[in-house]
Write a new protein. Sequence first.
Length: 603
Amino acid sequence: MTQPPNQPPSGGFGPPQDPQQGQSGQPPQSPAGPPPAAPPGMPPTPPPNTPPTAGQPGYGYPQQPPGAPGPYGQPTQQGPYGQQPGPYGQQPGPYNAPTQPGPYGQQPGYGYPQQQFAGAPGPGGPGGPGGFFRGKTGIVIAAAVAVLLVAGGVVAAVTMSGDDDKKPEAEKKDPKPSASAPINPGDGSGDGKEEQEDLNAGRKDGEAKVLWYKEAPDVPGSGGDAPGMWITDQVAVKAAYKEVVGYRIDGGQPAWEKITFPAKICGATQTASADGKVVVAYENGRSTSARCNKLQLIDLKTGKKGWTRTLGEGGMFDSTISVSLGITGNTLVVGRSMSGTGYDLSSGDKIWEKGKKEEGVCFPNGFAGGEKILVSLSCAASQPNEHDELEEIDAKTGKTKWNKAFPKGWTVDKVYSTKPVVVYLTNKDKKQWNITTFKENSSATRSEVSVDGPFAPECGMFSIGRELSSCSGVAADADTLYLPTDKTTGANEVVAVDLDTGKEKWRTKAPGDSTLLPMKVEDGNLIAYLEPTYDGGGTVYAIPAAGKSHTPKKLLQNPSGPSEIENSFFSRDIDYVDGRFYISSTRLSNSGSQQKLMLAYGN
């Protein structure tokens, strides 16, 4: 969730930049994982271009020499240029992500020096070099499959890559405090094999335990998607390949009979509605020409299926090869490659259609749901005034609330937050990035981030549609944006950015020698996850958001015994709810050995 520049101040977008800025950083990557593990540190992919603004250089973060009007951008992030997940072309594939420039001293103006694109996209999770795969060595890209959809200069790419090398086995620990084996009740569907592992064997003093774990269903050689992980006060729900399963958070036993689909799941809403409803998309057949056009409403509490809908194909190049799904209030937003539709979540009735604008001059190419609905539009493709626009639309009517056009060359790559609106932009030609925050209910720029990076949130690289809000490892509250820096040597840092000024408030270094990722803001604290090492489990920390001290306080220390398993989730969802930490895979591979689908940790 980064921010695009709003309206440039006089002199151009972005503060003037130092042309000699370091370029070591790479753009953040997407958090998704391939069936096999993706290569470490794949950068995100870049989005479409934006319209030029007269007399303005551009946004970018490597930028122009001091004194020159700065472009809009900033250090490359997961965003665009590296692989990003997204449906509409920018995400999934591994694309190169721009490396971020070293320090960007704050400069007047909007843009900051930016980094250059990393040469090869790294597989990895969230944006930034290493992104999802930071700290994970021995990973190789085994395969890449790309589907390109070209429409008037717009390309939609889908990339999935494969196998990862096996990691060294974790050292055996002295069995000090013992604990009973985690509960893994079998239900005959790839969960609960004859032999169960005691993941708590040798648990050390002060370590939490694996409360329960689940094994993934068998998938074909091409692998399978496992999007979505939803935690309620009673149930943990997960989509996996052709099924949706629910487990009781206390004990891990099946909470309701699993839901099975006739073909593979190809999309899901990232969040649930206030009353616990989600929507899953699945394909209309098993052939290679199958479309992702079937929708199913599911009640997380009961496991009951609600309404079902079949999506229609749009005009030329507007297909349902892949779709993105989001929930805002009581509205489901479904994005195709060149249009979007709003459905009433209660009834499944279509309530609006968002298609081409101005006789085909602009068309939607990405949607973000959440507190608000944001739409990215590609305009005047292949024309001299080619550019991107960003709109907020009314969830109930689909009508535009405000619109912001960007200079030519700038692509709306990711949305870090919908409230406040924080957008991440990239400029492929200039190898620059920009993070812009907008004022409430307005296209006016609130600030542009002017802090040294490189930053590396995780943006789903293997997701199949262009979901603008597919980044994790980044968080925001009303006044502050929290970004992880890239881990180059030693531990990384988490930086708090003032959304009113775009300047740094504070930064804190990750404990130990691993990567610390923001998850969410709760009760005045930033909740962050420290990734595991090969011989140590991950850790959940609370970092005070206000005051003078921002020292991380440990909330949960995962056991070291299963650290290799915890470290193997190259494409993952994570969450910390009511004292428990959950981690699950979002991409399943056929590796010949039983893969873990989900683990729950607690005291």
